[in-house]
Design a protein around this ligand. Structure first.
Ligand code: DX5
Ligand code: ZN
Length: 218
């Protein structure tokens, strides 16, 4: 079953609570919360205090994507705020394995994100400990960028390795996912699709979510 995780980067920040409720009504499975520190990426979004407030507005899975330099330092704050999945970048300054272990010990699902230049193999040493791998299909930092189809072999390589080890790993794609690009994501082995502009820019987000899921599943 393919899961759809709308990226709140594209929603109306002044109405975030209502947007979360709306996404649930539209059939979203998860909510993708993009956290940027202006250091790991050249953009700043939001922090744990806002996630804590939003937690009261939604019972959907909070899929927190940390685009920050020191995820190990801030993971406890996000866990306390109500994150379910905590995804950090392998390219960050935090020690990878210790950060995975910390996230697990906080009661959250640990996930590792890979920037476009980072090969699939970089995540293999940690695969058995992870709930999810995020293969970025744009450079992290901004919504509305073009999908990098050349990331699909990376998705396929992570899926093949997970299958070889018998792991029921979630593989997420994030960046430029829309009705045209969702199918190749599913074909390559991704089962969690993040979409920001495609969903929030749609006149009918409910239909878009259903179509994204169907495209990736076929
Ligand atoms: C990019 C973020 C993405 C982004 C996706 O750095 O991690 O989650 O918001 O937005 P779209 O779907 O518009 O590319
Ligand atoms: Zn993201």
């Amino acid at each position: 079953m393919v899961k759809i995780s709308p990226s709140i980067l594209s929603c109306d920040y002044a109405k975030m609570g209502e947007e979360f409720e709306r996404m649930k009504r539209c059939g979203a499975d998860w909510l993708h919360i993009d956290v940027m520190d202006g250091h790991f990426v050249p953009n700043i979004t939001l922090g744990a205090p806002l996630v804590k407030c939003l937690r009261k507005c939604s019972d959907l899975v909070f899929d927190v994507h940390l685009m920050i330099s020191d995820p190990m330092k801030y993971a406890p704050d996000f866990a306390k705020a109500g994150a379910d999945v905590i995804c950090f970048h392998i390219e960050s300054d935090s020690p990878t394995e210790a950060t995975v272990d910390l996230i697990r010990s906080l009661g959250c699902v640990p996930a590792i994100a890979l920037k476009p230049a980072t090969p699939a193999e970089a995540v293999f040493p940690y695969l058995d400990k992870l709930g999810m791998v995020l293969v970025m299909t744009v450079e992290p930092g901004f919504g509305g960028q073009s999908f990098m189809a050349d990331m699909m072999p990376k998705v396929a390589a992570v899926r093949a390795e997970a299958d070889r080890r018998g792991l029921a790993l979630d593989i997420q794609v994030d960046g430029g996912v829309n009705l045209e690009t969702a199918a190749v994501c599913g074909k390559a082995g991704a089962n969690v699709l993040v979409a920001g502009s495609a969903i929030f820019g749609s006149p009918d987000p409910k239909q878009t979510i259903a179509r994204l899921r169907a495209a990736a599943q076929n």
